[in-house]
Write a protein that binds this ligand. Structure first.
Ligand code: GAL
Length: 424
């Protein structure tokens, strides 16, 4: 099957599932909003259900669920774009990152200035979040939570059984991996899905330095693409393959979490939504699993902010759309939702008592100052979607085919950086 056929089939399946999801959960009340998102795993579902339940109980508005299963949202984006072209847009959609600005400029999103002013969002929001939801001075999205991408999850029991410490650097990781491998345990749970490969890759780039990550993906400076640090991140990506079990299946991220939870794998590099999933599988951060920074990245927060855009469909939907935006930003929802999801609230004053150690570490770093903050490439925080997609495809190709050289990949990535002009 060719790559194109696979993509077409996936796209068709997404559409079907999206329609099925929509049909299955239509609300019975008078007013309802259709919400397109990509949250499919057990914990993601629980988090979504919480918003839907509060929307019903607090505002008497129904939630018509339109879930397009696609970790990191690639499929959801395709479905959303085609529905917009067909003039069949849902009222609400998960639109993360720079796409907010692009869509706002096309008048596809409602401005939420009135809700934001009434709720004093500017005072309540962490500055980086306040910035991320704005375009040309207006607010265009309701922020839900902040995820940290450079998280190394580990299975506590496995590490204790083999007397292994949590690695601070890559040498220690290698030493632990050798012992795990000898004991018949997969050292690193990993999928070959393009966005998951690139999630690991961008964490490896980050371990070469936060400023280097920004130069490469946010500023896209030509010199960064010929830098030996890029070669070193690519080499490390390839050398980690031997610790990933064989074959490296193209599976959804929650399958990897399951491998870790069931003690078949010891480590996993993933955004902290994996924590939500581990908890929903009955593991606790005290006993079952632990979270640390990816080796070499302890001082950085590679972030991804989840946001909901209200689509400019019919003006009659606006009051309900604004109520949902206000609800998303309410402290009660922020604290409860993020506890389930694994993320941290977007507010300056969240209830710290509701946070576990992983969330507190994420919180501390995120509020420590701009030097710590690095926008994620994979989750569209650093670049336009088209650039992100091109880089993900290139990194994926390099990962799958050991005959593709580091030098060629550097050259190709450099060409991508040069080809697409920066618009921000
Ligand atoms: C991200 C999203 C997260 C999580 C993840 C896996 O893009 O921001 O909330 O759901 O995808 O699907």
């Amino acid at each position: 099957m060719t790559e194109t056929t696979r993509h077409t089939l996936r796209f068709a399946a997404c559409l079907l599932l999206s329609v099925a999801g929509y049909a299955a959960s239509g609300a019975a009340r008078g007013e309802a909003l259709q919400v397109l998102h990509w949250w499919k795993s057990a914990s993601e579902r629980k988090a979504v259900d919480l918003i839907a339940a509060r929307l019903a109980s607090e505002a008497d508005i129904g939630w018509r669920d339109s879930m397009v299963p696609s970790g990191s949202g690639a499929g959801a984006g395709i479905v959303l774009r085609s529905r917009m072209l067909a003039k069949d847009a849902p009222e609400v959609a998960q639109v993360n990152g720079i796409v907010i600005r692009d869509w706002a400029r096309l008048d596809l999103l409602l401005d939420l200035d009135a809700v934001a002013a009434a709720g004093k969002w500017d005072k309540q929001l962490l500055p980086t979040v306040a910035e991320a939801i704005k375009s040309d001075g207006h607010v265009y999205a309701a922020p839900v939570g902040i995820h940290r991408m450079n998280t190394l999850f580990y299975n506590r029991k496995l590490l204790a059984r083999l007397n292994l410490a949590v690695p601070d650097n890559w040498t220690q990781f290698e030493q632990a991996a050798v012992k795990l491998h000898q004991a018949g345990i997969v050292p690193l749970a990993q999928s070959s899905e393009p966005w998951q490969v690139t999630t690991l890759f961008e964490a490896l780039v980050l371990s070469e330095g936060a400023e280097f990550h920004r130069e490469l993906f946010q500023r896209r400076h030509a010199a960064a693409y010929t830098d030996p640090r890029l070669a070193s991140a690519l080499q490390r990506l390839r050398s980690l393959k031997k610790w990933m079990g064989s074959p490296i299946a193209e599976r959804s991220w929650d399958e990897g979490v399951r491998e870790l939870a069931e003690g078949r794998a010891a480590f996993m590099v993933m955004g902290d939504w994996a924590k939500g999933e581990l908890v929903s599988r009955g593991l606790t951060v005290e006993e079952g699993f632990g979270c640390a920074a990816v080796p070499g990245t302890a001082n950085y927060h590679l972030y991804n902010i989840d946001t909901m855009g209200m689509l400019a469909t019919r003006e009659s939907h606006r009051p309900a759309q604004e109520k949902l935006a206000a609800l998303i930003m309410s402290p009660a929802l922020q604290n409860d939702y993020n506890q389930i999801k694994g993320s941290i609230p977007v507010l300056r004053n969240p209830v710290l008592a509701k946070m576990d150690v992983c969330a507190r570490a994420s919180w501390k770093l995120f509020t420590s100052g701009p030097e710590a903050l690095v926008p994620s490439l994979v989750h569209r925080m650093a670049t336009e979607e088209i650039v992100r997609d091109a880089i993900v495809a290139e990194v994926h190709r390099y990962f799958l085919d050991d005959n593709v050289s580091v030098a060629d990949t550097q050259r190709r990535l450099g060409t991508i950086a040069r080809t697409f002009t920066k618009t921000r």
